[in-house]
Design a protein around this ligand. Structure first.
Ligand code: GLA
Length: 529
């Protein structure tokens, strides 16, 4: 198998700065496991959270994103003991707010795995869906012969509901446990693991895109990760130019961003609005998509199909539209094509909220057909839908990712070849792109909140080159691109102008949970014990 999940030593996973604390943590996890279950764990699986530098809410449409895995992670110590009867999964968490829980299932009957409903046990559903999602990959004899007890002890350091992908790390780590415990390590590679962890997490009820799981699985120490989804998942580790002089500071607004609970009015509603936008655009352009798109929204599939069916169209458009010609000269064909899509969005989609009745008219669908097409897969609640704004965000954010990448590549190439390079100028431009991303997320995707806007404003005023919300939004964290010599200024401003006002008084410990710098880290692995 080309890329199995690696088994690594701790220094291959954690940077020297955190290595000794993490070594203690891993040891403590083993000891707690032994005390709780009266035997040693057979292995420890690790999956990190992620920070997204640029490319928000576009993985659901199949566009590339630019995240990195972070040091905060989920560890799961586990052991499987075959025995008679059903399979019993016993789950405990070192954090006392997550109650111990267990469930039994028969792996030949996937329907025996149903989601836990008790609030304090719900955290265990990430394990449940990971197991359920992987069942299709189990050879029939493994399904039939898996009985006994699987013991798991979880220790996570990603603040929950902070937009740093604690849920993807939980699903990925759970998948790793299932894969190793039931002898599937040699059959499921990292790509398959990513696809599985993504589709499993959707069973929880969020139409997530795949960025978080890709970053969690493929992260590399010291590198960001360029993730493409089309035609298939592809990841490329990227060394940022002179990274030692610049940092990404994470600041948590402490407003909980609960993707799952708020899905019908937030995350999933946006995906539905994007599907509506894709439908309307495809009608206007007369584009058909031949095979079903793997993404929750089809905005990219529509655009790709349009350019494929009309290979000379871009030339024609560039003759008429100066902005498209300029985008081409500035940044190349892909960015120009996206600019043309933006013009199409502007031309054909009304720039306002539309009621369901208005949308039925525009789409030409009956009420039943509209329900079937857009509302039957996940529950959503809205009086008005905004296909124009959401699509505008997606196509423009996809451009920003390409621009961000091009700035990084140009600077890196110059540095490598010894050419003169204005590295600071490059980071200033990256910062602008991040700022534009935040404006679009706030104004077009409508997924910011007053606290995120405030924290972003404080960051920029205090010396960050760029600040934006990261992850799903609606609370959670912001990320700031900061020159190393301005870090203390930005942190002090955050402390004085956000955290002290909000909480009144925060201990240094609380503060370091809410605001921290992280190195890019290794992705999912098993820790060598
Ligand atoms: C969540 C989802 C991702 C992605 C981001 C927004 O983290 O899980 O797939 O859509 O939001 O970019």
């Amino acid at each position: 198998m080309p890329h199995p999940v690696p088994v690594l030593q701790l220094p291959e996973v954690y940077s020297p700065l955190v290595l000794s604390d993490e070594t203690e943590r891993v040891k403590a996890l083993g000891t707690k496991f032994e005390k709780m279950y009266h035997h040693k764990p057979a292995f420890i699986a690790r999956a990190p959270g992620r920070l997204n530098m640029i490319g928000e809410h576009i993985d659901t449409s199949g566009y590339s994103v630019f995240p990195m895995a972070i040091e905060r992670d989920v560890l799961m110590a586990a052991s499987y003991m075959p025995g008679p009867g059903d399979l019993r999964v016993v789950l405990a968490n070192v954090a006392s707010r997550f109650s111990h829980t267990s469930f039994s299932c028969d792996l030949t009957k996937p329907e025996s795995l149903h989601l836990l409903t008790m609030t304090t046990h719900r955290w265990a559903n990430y394990f449940m869906v990971a197991l359920r999602g992987l069942l299709d990959d189990f050879p029939p004899e493994v399904r039939q012969n898996t009985h006994g007890v699987l013991h798991v002890l979880v220790d996570g350091t990603i603040p929950p509901e902070s937009s740093l992908s604690s849920s993807a790390a939980m699903t990925t780590a759970s998948s790793l446990v299932v894969i190793m415990a039931f002898g599937m390590h040699d059959c499921i590679d990292r790509k398959r693991l990513t696809e599985k962890a993504t589709s499993s997490e959707r069973l929880i009820g969020v139409s997530t895109g795949g960025m978080d799981q890709a970053a969690s699985v493929f992260g590399e120490m010291g590198k960001a990760l360029y993730v493409s989804f089309a035609p298939t998942l592809h990841t490329e580790p990227i060394q940022m130019p002179k990274w030692e002089e610049y940092l990404f500071l994470i600041t948590n607004t402490l407003i909980k961003s609960d993707k799952k609970a708020n899905a019908p009015t937030q995350y999933n509603l946006r995906v539905v609005e994007l599907r509506i936008a894709a439908y309307l655009i495809s009608r206007e352009l007369g584009v058909q998509i031949s095979s079903p798109s793997p993404f929750p929204s089809q905005l990219r599939a529509i655009a790709d199909a349009y350019w494929e069916a009309n290979p000379n169209e871009l030339e024609e458009i560039m003759r008429v539209y100066e902005d498209v010609r300029m985008a081409y000269n500035d940044a190349g064909k892909e960015v120009a094509q996206l600019q043309a899509m933006l013009n199409i969005v502007e031309k054909f989609l009304p720039r306002r909220g539309l009621t369901r009745e208005e949308l039925e008219q525009l789409t030409g669908l009956s009420s039943e057909a509209f329900h079937h097409e857009f509302l039957s897969q996940v529950p959503v609640h809205a009086s008005h839908f905004y296909p124009h704004h959401r699509a505008f965000h997606v196509y423009s954010e996809a451009q920003r990712v390409l621009r961000f990448r091009a700035i990084c590549d140009t600077a890196s190439k110059k540095l490598q070849s010894g050419e003169a390079c204005d590295v600071h100028g490059a980071y200033v431009r990256l910062g602008h792109v991040m700022n534009e991303s935040h404006e679009s997320l706030r104004n077009m995707y409508d997924c910011s909140c007053p606290e995120l806007d405030l924290i972003v404003h404080i960051g920029r005023q205090a010396g960050a080159l760029g600040s934006r919300l990261t992850g799903a939004g609606w609370g959670g964290s912001a990320v700031h691109l900061v020159p190393r010599d301005r870090l203390e200024d930005v942190k002090t401003a955050m402390r004085n102008m956000y955290y002290s006002m909000r909480i009144g008084y925060m201990t240094e410990n609380n503060l370091s949970e809410a605001m921290f710098v992280t190195d890019p880290t290794q992705g999912a692995c098993y820790l060598s014990l």
